[in-house]
Ligand binder design. Sequence first.
Ligand SMILES: C[S@@+](CC[C@H](N)C(=O)[O-])C[C@H]1O[C@@H](n2cnc3c(N)ncnc32)[C@H](O)[C@@H]1O
Length: 152
Amino acid sequence: MTQPFDWDAPRPGEVLGMLPQTADAGLYFIGQIRTPYARREDCPHQGDFDGPECRIEVLAAYQPALLGLEKRAYVQVLYFMHKARRDILVQTKRGSGEAFGTFALRSPVRPNPIASSIVKLERIEGATLIVRGLDCLDGTPLIDLKPWRGPI
Ligand SMILES: C[S@@+](CC[C@H](N)C(=O)[O-])C[C@H]1O[C@@H](n2cnc3c(N)ncnc32)[C@H](O)[C@@H]1O
């Protein structure tokens, strides 16, 4: 039987750093993201506008903050990669072993595991956005939503 891949084990050539003892700021998670991806190996590397519908469930307390967002075709989603370790400063590619600094990558492994995707907004149902273009695990915490006015 093959062993499951250990996403958290540092690879040869990777460089670990020390994280501070205390955080400099706090966050309020404003909801959660529901996707068909239960395991990291199920997730695409980046989302695709032709990908499956995903649900961004905003907490009811923040529903008023969605007013006007329905007019936008594309939304920038910021989310917290809650399953990622945070202390690797130089990472190596799985296949080639090529090394890159964390800030030269879009890897979820970073001191502040904040991810960003531009998604296609299909519709809004109450406090839930139905979108395409996400790449995260089911249950990933939601940090913020912003209308996207940049190039697609
Ligand atoms: C390469 S990152 C890109 C994230 C975002 N689109 C960005 O560019 O900032 C996407 C990968 O992160 C991993 N991932 C997804 N959700 C995660 C989570 N909640 N915690 C840890 N890793 C996650 C999956 O392996 C997925 O393929």
